[in-house]
Design a binder for this molecule. Sequence first.
Ligand SMILES: [Zn+2]
Ligand SMILES: [Zn+2]
Length: 355
Amino acid sequence: MLELHILGTSSSLPAQSREVSGSILETPNGIVVIDCGEGFQSRLAKHRKSLKAQNKKIKSSKISGILLTHGHLDHTWGLLPWLKSLALGGRQKSLFIAGPTSPQIIDALLDDNLIKTELSSVDLVNQYQMCWSFGAIKEELGFDVDWYLTDGERWVSYTSKQTHLFSEIPGPISKMQIQPILTSHSVPSCAWKISTPDRLGVFDREKAKNLPEETKKVLSSGEDVTYDDVKFLASDFRGPVRKGVSVIISGDTAEQSINASCDLLVHEATYLSSHQSLADQHLHSTAAGAARTAKKIGAKHLALTHYSARIDVVEALVHEANQIQEGTIACQDGDRLILDGEGELKHIPALVNQE
Ligand SMILES: [Zn+2]
Ligand SMILES: [Zn+2]
């Protein structure tokens, strides 16, 4: 099961009581934050309060990593204050931070030659360095932060002292099956795909009913067993493997840039179709464009977010998206999306959270 908490649905100009990007994803192997725009920590505090009414908790200590989709400030400007707050809260556990940059910058980092490379002002290399200069280092925070950059293929651990190259996602976060999917925006950008592992097929109790309890137990744990000189294969007592489920969360991107499949696609929908030219110009998507992306990759469910301040009512977005992908959801700040093990989606609107 994957549970996503959407803490902001506005594009860079907050309006209509919407705040900028930031989401929290609970997975069977820990919690990750995806994007961390301005005010992230206060939104998290507010959301926690509304969850409390339902006896639900998100513990900061369970958060293992932060995945940034790109360097625009509506997606990153809440990072530094939140790191400081985690330190004040006495965090000990290390934290993983990852985000995209260009292949040229990864090359330059590996050659120790960053100075000669042209950097966009908001490139995450610059933002990581800024965080360090403002004290986001172990000596001041009291916990380790592992800073990573990726170009979609390679992973580089980046610290002020050294860089290391990895071909796949390193460290304890690898259990979460996290994958960057490159997208198309005005700066290096990616969506993040997070999947749950495949599960064993259901144990067939009926088939094993004449075997002693102890033998059944061994078979149901997945091991073969010999009973009465007969060898029983655990695989004969299992139904087909149950595929894991997955979500892709886009940052800002032009439509149909994502090239990977998933059960749930959470996609930006900055504009209505009447502003298609603005979407093309700034490499953003319309609601219909998000739906075309969902259709192209075969996503079972589509949820929209990241709306321009021009959007008064989200129903207009849903209407346009539904022409292409039925059942589209337009998220609001504080909504929860729960994807169960069978790939079915439950949408819990923020209003319910606050009751
Ligand atoms: Zn944005
Ligand atoms: Zn952007």
